[in-house]
Design a protein around this ligand. Structure first.
Ligand code: HEC
Length: 119
C-alpha cells in the first residue's frame, strides 16, 4: 500500500511537469516558455501575446527615440527559429530545443489578446 502511494505521488509530481503527457497542451507549454524561457521572458519586449511592446524611450541627439519589440504574431517558424537562436539587436540569444521552439511558435500563432477573443 505504501509503495502504491509513493508511485502515485511520483506520477503526480513528474506527470504535471512533463511535456508529452497529456497534462498540458503544446499551447500551454509554449505559453510557459514564452513567459519564462531559459533566459529573459519574451513578454516585456513582445507583449503578453506577441503583439509587440515598448521596451524603452530615450533621447538621442535631442530627439525622442522609442525602442520597440516588434509584433511577432505573424512570424513563421523559420524566422522564429533564427531570431531566438541568434538574437537580434537588444534581443538576447536563447538556447532552446526544437520542441521548445515549436511550442513557442504554437503559442505565438494561437495566443489572442482578450479584446481580440471575440473575433
Ligand atoms: C530585450 C528585449 C527582447 C526580448 C527579451 C526578446 N526579444 Fe525578440 N526581438 C526584440 C527586438 C528589439 C527585435 C527586433 C530586432 C531587429 O529587428 O533588429 C526582436 C525580434 C524578434 C523576432 C524577429 C521578428 C522578425 O520578423 O524578424 C522574433 C521572431 C522574436 N523577436 C521572438 C522572440 C521570442 C520568442 C522571445 C523569447 C524567447 C524574444 N523574442 C525575446 C526584442 C526582444
Amino acid at each position: 500500500m505504501k509503495g502504491l502511494t509513493i508511485a502515485l505521488l511520483w506520477a503526480g509530481l513528474t506527470g504535471t511537469a512533463a511535456w508529452g503527457d497529456d497534462f498540458i497542451s503544446e499551447f500551454e507549454y509554449g505559453q510557459m516558455l514564452y513567459q519564462n524561457p531559459r533566459g529573459v521572458s519574451c513578454a516585456p519586449c513582445h507583449g503578453d501575446h506577441g503583439e509587440g511592446a515598448l521596451i524603452a524611450r530615450y533621447r538621442e541627439e535631442g530627439k525622442n527615440v522609442e525602442l520597440r519589440g516588434p509584433d511577432i504574431r505573424g512570424t513563421d517558424l523559420e524566422t522564429l527559429r533564427h531570431a531566438v537562436s541568434t538574437g537580434k539587436g537588444v534581443m538576447p540569444r536563447y538556447f532552446l530545443t526544437d520542441e521548445e521552439i515549436r511550442a513557442l511558435y504554437t503559442y505565438i500563432r494561437q495566443s489572442k489578446k482578450p479584446e481580440d477573443a471575440g473575433e
